[in-house]
Design a protein around this ligand. Structure first.
Ligand code: ATP
Length: 508
């Protein structure tokens, strides 16, 4: 068991924390932590299946309902009561009930004000759900995911238990990246599956483990492991930003040497820009440039209903990313969470913001952060200041040269198809698409190719070659309502914000 978790739990107990909240789905690991920290003292467990029992002996305590379990503790005579821990597992279906909330509140307050009442509540749940009424008595405990040393130990233990004689120790470093970011329980399960396919664990199992991991990350509901097939060559224009990302990727690839030369560990980049101009594309293409997995954190969907839930989600996401390092953590739509921090926003959002900034400021790991936003208008100035991110780039609507480059990217892809010939004047295409963003251009290309295909179908000759010409594309572009027309007001406003800012231009 990780010693950091043991000492953090001990510290929380030492400072009389009334309610300790552990959000983890590896209950076996949490039990080990409790045993190592609290040992065989008075620990009583309540869970929906067994009701109240002694944590170690599993003897029934007589209380079936959570309400009764808590009540019996609350009314005990404090003078005759030794130090005691109530371990409440999976109580999120009950924690909202008025009597339960009030009982938790009373026990927490008694813990704080009655010196003789030495009862600490430990809540363990896969979810984070803390009603507002008890929030200020709760401290969250994060159990770090296994580090490299612990993963090696888990793999060796697995090999020994399964008598896997075909296993080659040299495969451990090759398996390592795919096992990082998983809990001990998940690692065990994954290794079982990998072994069951061919009877032994091998470096080749990495692909299968990675697939499995993708599912587990998705199940955690906070981060998404993105399968990105794009490369920086798939981005038309934005040369400055692409060069910048390439340089950071080189630094990250040589993290072992940065210290020797006093080079700063890259933190991340903040990309603000017009919609449909390739911000997401940059994040996806970075995965290939950095040769690292891309983990997406969607700020919009992360904001939970319960106090502590969003905060806990952010902490979990960062913990997962740290454990999966080297990786790219893509924070999408950062403005959805942090717009207006410092003004009317609530305490939770402000605290989350502080947590993210603190983490970014002190970050030593090889997690490269790419934050993207459409609107930088209402974002707190702390986020826009250098030092948090290494650089802030703004992405404007593409220039004429960039529109040419974007056409080249998308027509280049179409030209790879067997029966498609591209014969165009890129300058003319750029001139005909002033005010278009990358998404508009991509749509023009797609629509034109589809139209040509429909014509082929109509002609009845399904093996006929199609030629994509300038005229066809220009005709399609003329039918298209570009972003600068459909969202004129928003685009003009953003342009003003960028002009007045000190953000670096992604293009020049
Ligand atoms: P939003 O802010 O609306 O999420 P975004 O800036 O993240 O938009 P993307 O999702 O990256 O935009 O781009 C939308 C589509 O447009 C993508 O499918 C991408 O292929 C295409 N596109 C945008 N910009 C470029 C570009 N510079 N080069 C090539 N394709 C581009």
């Amino acid at each position: 068991m990780n010693t950091k978790a043991v000492s953090s739990l001990q510290k929380m107990i030492d400072v009389n924390t009334p309610i300790i909240y552990i959000s983890d789905y590896d209950f076996v690991r949490v039990d080990e932590l409790i045993i190592q920290t609290i040992g065989k003292k008075n620990v009583y467990e309540w869970n929906p299946v067994t009701g109240g029992t002694h944590f170690v002996s599993k003897e029934k305590r007589g209380e079936e309902s959570l309400e009764n379990f808590l009540y019996q503790q609350y009314v005990l005579d404090a003078e005759s009561l030794p130090e005691c821990f109530l371990l409440l597992k999976e109580i999120d279906d009950y924690i909202d009930e008025a009597r339960i909330k009030s009982m938790l509140l009373h026990i927490a307050q008694r813990r704080l004000y009655d010196k003789a009442f030495n009862t600490t509540i430990i809540i363990v749940s896969t979810k984070i759900k803390v009603p507002q009424e008890i929030e200020k008595y709760v401290s969250f405990l994060d159990i770090d995911l296994p580090n490299e040393e612990e993963i090696v130990a888990l793999v060796r233990k697995h090999i020994a238990i399964n008598h896997d004689e075909g296993f080659n120790e040299e495969d451990i470093p090759k398996l390592m990246p795919s096992l990082k970011g998983l809990t001990a329980f998940e690692i065990d399960r994954t290794l079982d599956m990998a072994m069951s396919s061919n009877g032994t664990l091998r470096a080749e199992d990495t692909t299968m483990i990675f697939r499995q991991k993708k599912q587990m990350v998705r199940q955690s509901g906070i981060l998404e492991l993105i399968d990105a097939n794009e490369s920086l060559d798939d981005i038309g224009g934005m040369e400055v930003l692409k060069d910048y990302l390439l340089a950071k990727a080189k630094v990250m690839a040589h993290m072992a040497d940065v210290g020797k030369y006093g080079v700063q560990i890259p933190k991340g980049v903040f990309i603000v820009g017009m919609p449909g101009c390739g911000k997401s594309l940059c994040a996806k293409a970075s995965a290939a440039a950095f040769n690292a997995p891309l983990l997406k954190l969607d700020m919009g969907s992360m904001m939970g209903k319960y106090v502590g839930e969003s905060e806990g989600n952010l902490r979990k996401a960062i913990k997962l990313a740290e454990a999966a390092a080297p990786c790219i953590l893509w924070i999408d739509e950062i403005e959805k969470a942090f717009s207006g921090v410092g003004g009317q926003s609530n305490d939770v959002v402000t605290r989350m913001f502080g947590y993210l900034l603190g983490w970014l400021q002190d970050k030593k790991s090889s997690v490269y952060v790419i934050a993207t936003a459409n609107n930088a208008d209402n974002l707190p100035p702390e986020l826009k200041r250098k030092g948090r991110f290494d650089e802030i780039f703004c992405v404007n609507l593409p220039s004429s040269d960039e529109r040419e480059a974007i056409f080249k990217v998308h027509l280049g892809k179409k030209g790879k198809a067997e029966l498609v010939v591209i014969n165009v004047d890129y300058k003319k295409l750029a001139n005909a698409t002033n005010g278009f963003n990358g998404a508009d251009i991509e749509a023009v290309v797609n629509e034109t190719v589809e139209q040509c295909f429909l014509n082929v179908l109509e002609s009845g000759d399904n093996n006929k070659q199609i030629t994509i010409t300038t005229d066809r594309l220009v005709a399609e572009a003329e039918k298209t309502v570009s972003i600068s027309k459909s969202c004129k007001e928003q685009i003009d406003k953003m342009k003003k914000v960028f002009d007045a800012s000190n953000f670096k231009n992604a293009s020049k």
